[in-house]
Ligand binder design. Structure first.
Ligand code: PA5
Length: 464
């Protein structure tokens, strides 16, 4: 069986073996905090043994519910945001065909991950006349974005299926005992799954938060859990960094941060990995971006973004490191044909596979970025399969926990996320926010430094 590999050759021109030796001390302390659950935020370490803790009965319940949804629905909508959204989307997009909604039953859509009226209007027109089941996923039950989308879709369902039947077409994934969603589910007899108390949103993909939507997409969740369970042995239980690519990754990114790097870009050459990067950005951004510290996680899909961001990466401010997410055995069946006129001068590639060309693009890009003084690492997964996606989830979860403690932050809280919410609630006039409402309106109406074409302007606050 092949394992995830980390190639860090292109980092070693920027750091020394001694740097690694030095950083190892911090790593061992951080590792201890995680495995002994002795660091800040250790109440949220439930994800550490999730792949083993989940019982056969729980998996069977998820699989039976998913089978029923697949049988009984044309459309499945997963409603959630942040940690209650990104893991499922990452796995579904990675492991399904690129245009899955053209061929899959049920079609899968996501909602509650923005407040865009246009998005909801378009969603309504897509589901019109179809049999819809929704999975509302929210630990708190009161997060504005999913709660608003849930309201709208529920109204639509009541109009279409009647008050009596609507709750049979809803599954709620939420807290075991508290919150608005739990109350609604208990009152209306909605089928529920529980988000464990000791697992934070961004670490919840291997709970029903991720597993139910992933199973509805027909993906083998047992294999995914198997990959994650092997990750426990390979990354959590292996202290020796020479045998642990996840811990080594955490160490190297911390050394580079200490040497002044401020941005880490996760780059892939497979568009279906786009949402793995989105999930990774939340995992690292929310875990490390605090106390004025942390590498800024960003991502690129190549070769697409080489034609937009390539210039900056190659030549811009040198405060960036790059982590390539490479696939050893991607789809390789399409062969490039010969063309009589050869107007595009591509006949030299005739007979070669697209996979071969993509691979040379990767190797060429990696070398070019290294020459452009961008230290880079490559994480190689053997293939895009449920097993390796599960393994990769655990790889990054372990890495961020250790990395966060090495950085000197609590990797398991997210205090900064509340600030925009407070302002938004104040502007919306939420009861209890009267004082903040006055303050923010005064603050915003004092913002006079803007212009529109032809004339200076004055901000209008809260135009409804
Ligand atoms: O990581 C987190 O804690 C957040 O991204 C939450 O998951 C997100 O805000 C959704 O919260 P909830 O599940 O309570 O609706």
């Amino acid at each position: 069986m092949k394992n995830i590999k980390l190639d860090y050759s292109n980092v070693m021109d920027f750091i020394t073996e001694e740097d690694i030796e030095q950083e190892k001390k911090k790593y061992l302390e951080a590792r201890k905090k995680v495995v002994e659950k002795s660091g800040e935020g250790s109440d949220y370490l439930g994800w550490l043994d999730l792949p083993k803790r989940i019982t056969d009965d729980e998996i069977d319940d998820i699989l039976e519910t998913a089978a029923h949804i697949r049988e009984d629905s044309d459309v499945f909508i997963s409603v959630g945001i942040g940690g209650s959204y990104l893991g499922a989307r990452a796995a579904i997009e990675a492991l399904s065909p690129n245009f899955y909604n053209m061929s899959m039953k049920p079609q899968i859509y996501f909602a509650g991950n923005s407040i865009s009226p246009r998005y909801l209007k378009d969603l309504k027109s897509v589901i019109d006349g179809k049999k819809v089941t929704i999975n509302i996923i929210s630990k708190s039950g009161t997060t504005t974005e999913p709660a608003l989308a849930f309201r709208m879709i529920r109204e639509w369902m009541i109009e279409n299926y009647g008050q009596k039947d609507v709750f049979k077409r809803i599954v709620a994934t939420t807290d075991s005992s508290k919150g608005a969603l739990r109350q609604l589910a208990d009152e209306e007899g909605i089928k529920t799954f529980v988000i464990p108390d000791d697992v934070g949103g961004r670490f919840s993909v291997l709970t029903p938060v991720g597993l139910l939507p992933i199973a509805v997409a027909g993906i083998d969740i047992r294999k995914m859990l198997e990959g994650a369970a092997d990750g426990m042995k390979e990354f959590r239980d292996e202290e020796d960094i020479a045998k642990n690519p996840s811990s080594m990754y955490a160490i190297l990114r911390n050394i580079l941060y200490e040497k002044g790097k401020r941005i880490e870009m996760l780059s892939n050459f497979e568009p279906q990995l786009h949402y793995i990067s989105e999930w990774w950005k939340q995992l690292f951004g929310e875990s490390e971006g605090k106390d004025n510290k942390g590498l800024h996680p960003t991502s690129c899909d190549f070769t697409t973004d080489l034609h937009s961001m390539g210039q900056w990466i190659q030549d811009g401010c040198r405060n960036i490191i790059e982590t390539f997410l490479n696939v050893e055995d991607p789809e390789s069946t399409i062969v490039i044909g010969m063309e009589k006129r050869n107007l595009d001068h591509l006949n030299y590639l005739a007979g070669k596979t697209f996979r071969y060309v993509n691979e040379q693009a990767f190797l060429g890009t990696r070398a070019a970025h290294r020459d452009g003084e961008v230290p880079n690492m490559t994480i190689t997964i053997p293939s895009i399969s449920p097993y390796y996606i599960g393994n990769l989830f655990y790889f990054f979860e372990w890495a961020v926990a250790v990395s966060g403690y090495m950085l000197g932050v609590n990797p398991f809280n997210q205090p900064g996320v509340e600030s925009y919410k407070k302002n938004m609630f104040a502007l919306l006039g939420k009861p209890g926010f009267e004082e903040q409402s006055r303050e923010i309106r005064e603050k915003l109406s004092g913002q006079k430094k803007f212009i529109s074409a032809g004339s200076p302007g004055k901000a209008e606050v809260g135009a409804g």
